[in-house]
Design a protein around this ligand. Structure first.
Ligand code: 4LM
Length: 391
């Protein structure tokens, strides 16, 4: 019988398989691995024999993490990277060539936009951002040269959603692959591969690790594709995950479902508080009763996640809030125990040209993003209360 997600988050390694029966995975801090014979070394390089070679090509601790995340995303295989951007760039560069087109959700993490802009400028790989809330618009935007549909859902930081099942059908009907960045929800709340995605990417820096102590990325998808990425863009560009990072993420995974439950419960309370505050002009959170894509949120996600965006009347008022928080920390990143608050227009999305940011991505200058942590909800709310009172 297939075990439940909460159980699989903890039981990704059978201790009896380890030499000493260690309950936690051994940390293999070795850059290289000794071949038993010259013939075995040759066979490993040729891919004819399993076995470690060199930690840029694979490491036993990292391999446990790759398998664990693949299992949680219900994919065939996983591939670990030194950062979320390492995963995104290796996957996209492996999928496209000069002259191809990537169709993207209207909003993307700022550095993902920066990567696409660089691919366009230096390597003639075109991309476009479109509002994917209407599948007909996605179908109309597909071009003969569209090889990849690249989606964030919820979108960073506007929290708009994309219907993954509908978009995967459109992508596949046009011979394109669907890549989904699942960073904002983690597999505890959303499993894009089960909705038709070909590859899922993660910034493991966020909820997978969960403690704000590392930078890492993971991709999950078909084994044949990820084997190819391992031996091409991962190997040759070299954004590999370090074994210590893999070990820490494995530790984080054990509490992922419990943490996500608390992130959602806390964020729901904070979002409702903000929605009722006279100085808050707008709140975006998929858990709110009046969220415009409520039906999709309930169909596609097991919970609304821990990130909220909100607006106050002016940029100056927003700065006042950011400078007045005491419990929440003024920092980028998200998905960890500490509540983090930041200003996308001048921080995470500052690399996006202002007109694209405002008009295409819908990120106003006054938008504030909060990653609700695991503290007591009433303390987070009390902190926001005193910060909003400073306006
Ligand atoms: C942030 N985000 O938003 P690495 N995909 C998504 C992300 O939000 C991020 C990455 C990929 C933030 C970082 C400062 C949806 C990052 C990139 O930072 O390369 O692990 O992930 O605050």
């Amino acid at each position: 019988m297939e075990r439940e997600f909460d159980t699989r988050s903890i039981h990704w390694m059978e201790p009896k398989r380890e030499v000493h029966g260690s309950l936690t995975p051994p940390l293999y801090l070795s850059s290289t691995f000794v071949f038993p014979t010259a013939e075995a070394g040759e066979a490993r390089f040729a891919g004819l024999e399993d076995g470690m070679i060199y930690s840029r090509l694979g490491n036993p601790t990292v391999a446990v993490l790759e398998q664990a995340v693949a299992d949680l995303e219900q994919g065939e295989a996983g591939l670990a990277f030194g950062s979320g951007m390492g995963a995104i760039s290796a996957v996209l560069i492996a999928m496209v060539e000069s002259g191809d087109h990537i169709l993207c959700s209207e909003g993307l993490y700022g550095c993902t936009y920066g990567l696409l802009a660089m691919l366009k400028q230096k390597f003639k790989v075109d991309f476009s951002l479109i509002d994917m809330s209407d599948p007909a618009k996605v179908a109309a935007a597909m071009r003969p040269e569209t090889k990849v549909v690249y989606v964030e859902t919820p979108i960073n930081p506007t929290l708009k959603l994309v219907d993954l099942k509908a978009v995967s059908e459109i992508a596949h009907a046009h011979g394109a692959q669907l890549v989904v960045d699942n960073t904002f929800l983690s597999p505890a709340l959303q499993q894009p591969l089960l909705l038709g995605a070909d590859v899922v990417v993660h910034s493991a820096t966020k909820y997978l690790g969960g403690h704000g102590d590392l930078i890492a990325g993971v991709a999950v998808g078909r084994k044949a594709f990820l084997d190819e990425v391992r031996m091409s863009t991962l190997k040759d560009i070299g954004a590999v995950m370090a074994p210590m990072e893999a070990w820490l993420i494995l530790r984080g995974l054990k509490t992922l479902p419990v943490r996500m439950e608390r992130h959602c419960a806390n964020a729901m309370k904070v979002a409702e508080y903000l929605a009722g505050h006279e100085k808050v002009t707008r709140v975006d959170y998929p858990g709110l009763a009046d969220f415009p894509q409520k039906e999709l949120a309930e169909r596609q996600m097991r919970g609304p996640g821990g990130v909220i965006s909100f607006e106050v009347a002016t940029l100056e008022a927003g700065r006042k809030v950011l400078n007045s928080v005491r419990l929440a920390q003024l920092a980028v990143s998200l998905g960890e125990a500490t509540t983090l608050i930041q200003h996308p227009a001048s921080m995470t999305h500052s690399v996006v040209p202002p007109e694209v940011r405002r008009e295409e991505m819908g990120i106003s200058d006054g938008l504030i993003r909060i990653s609700v942590g695991l503290e007591a909800a009433q303390d987070i709310i009390a902190d926001l209360e005193q910060a909003l009172a400073e306006i």
